[in-house]
Design a protein around this ligand. Structure first.
Ligand SMILES: [Zn+2]
Length: 338
């Protein structure tokens, strides 16, 4: 971290990382689940086609860069300046194009299609590419400490921490499906973003070659964890295997911590972050076992994350408080002891 600007109340600032790349760095402690930023997109275009010339008043012959240039020109001057300062990974720093900037930084989002298209094409939603000014500053890691999700109704992106982030630490997201093996991840990042990934997860294995295959195996196992997980009720009414379900979740959580994959369920862009699913499952298991100590520990953890996520969870926190006070009020309390 060399320089920083954008002080104020934000928990992050724009700064250079150890590789000299401009990125986003935490200014204050951000707890697991904590919201880093919320923002609207500045440009949104359908993902399956380049910008339609007629939309921006150009004839068909207009080059794609001109089309993006026309879209960029509609932004107010401050915003345009910030957009033009973003990286174009397909060109050298002085030869960027607006199209290159857009394609380097835009994120895939899904929006509901209009009623006519719903009827004609029988599709409910369509993929778009959206450019977000602040989130665009996040660099990639194969074990990122933040995830973003886009809410169609409020048309906003929320970036939040999937594990505690300390001041001075770089805030990262994953540009690709992080469950892919190291070789595939690096190839994809190289071909689409023109860089060789040197994140801690890609570089660390060099000191211990079999760690590469171990990491690839762990990532694959995590990507199918919830699909392969036995049914909770079946576990609950099985007289044996008391600790089985708990051990599965604890092991997966450990693997996620090691691989930096707390924020991803299975690589399909699911909305629910994985660590919360494990925490909820552990609350259920210890509750069913009527184990006050285990139950209290994981309800406290759930409460901590829900509080960090923001004021929308007030009701949820109240319910957790009630369970902490009176575990027997938990809706499946002691079920496995019946
Ligand atoms: Zn990597």
């Amino acid at each position: 971290m060399l320089t920083s600007r954008e002080e104020g109340h934000n928990p992050y600032s724009s700064a250079h990382n150890l590789d000299g790349e401009l990125g986003m760095v935490a200014r204050t402690f951000i707890p697991q689940g904590g919201v880093i930023l919320v923002e609207h997109p500045v440009i949104v275009v359908p993902a399956d086609m380049e910008v339609d010339a007629s939309v921006v008043g150009l004839d068909e012959a207009g080059s794609q860069s001109e089309l993006y240039g026309a879209l960029f020109s509609r932004l107010d001057s401050q915003m345009r300046k910030e957009v033009l300062a973003l990286k174009d990974c397909s060109a050298s720093p002085n030869a960027f194009t607006t199209r290159g900037i857009f394609n380097t930084n835009a994120l895939d989002v899904r929006l509901e299609v209009d009623n006519r298209r719903k009827f004609q094409a029988k599709v409910q939603e369509q993929k778009y590419k959206a450019l977000f000014l602040k989130t665009s500053r996040c660099n990639h890691s194969c074990g990122p400490n933040a995830v973003w999700r886009f809410d169609r109704l409020s048309f906003t992106l929320t970036l939040s921490a999937v594990r505690a982030i300390h001041p001075g630490e770089e805030i990262t997201i994953s540009y690709i499906n992080p469950f892919l093996p190291r070789h595939t991840r690096r190839t994809q990042l190289q071909s689409e973003w023109n860089f060789v990934c040197h994140c801690t997860h890609c570089d660390a294995p060099w000191t211990f070659p079999s760690a590469i295959s171990q990491s690839d195996k762990a990532r694959y196992e995590l990507s199918t964890f919830f699909k392969k997980l036995p049914d909770w009720e079946q576990w609950c009414f099985d007289e044996n295997n008391e600790q089985f379900m708990i051990e599965r979740h604890l092991r997966a959580m450990q693997m996620r911590e090691k691989e930096g994959l707390e924020g991803f369920q299975d690589g399909t862009g699911s909305e629910i972050v994985a660590y919360m699913k494990h925490i909820d499952a552990l609350v259920m298991c210890y509750g069913a076992l009527a184990d006050v100590q285990g139950f209290t520990k994981w309800v406290r953890k759930a409460r901590e994350v829900k509080l960090a996520e923001g004021p929308d969870n007030a009701l949820h926190v109240k319910v957790l408080d009630l369970w902490l006070k009176e575990p027997r009020k938990f809706y499946v309390w002691g079920w496995k002891r019946l």
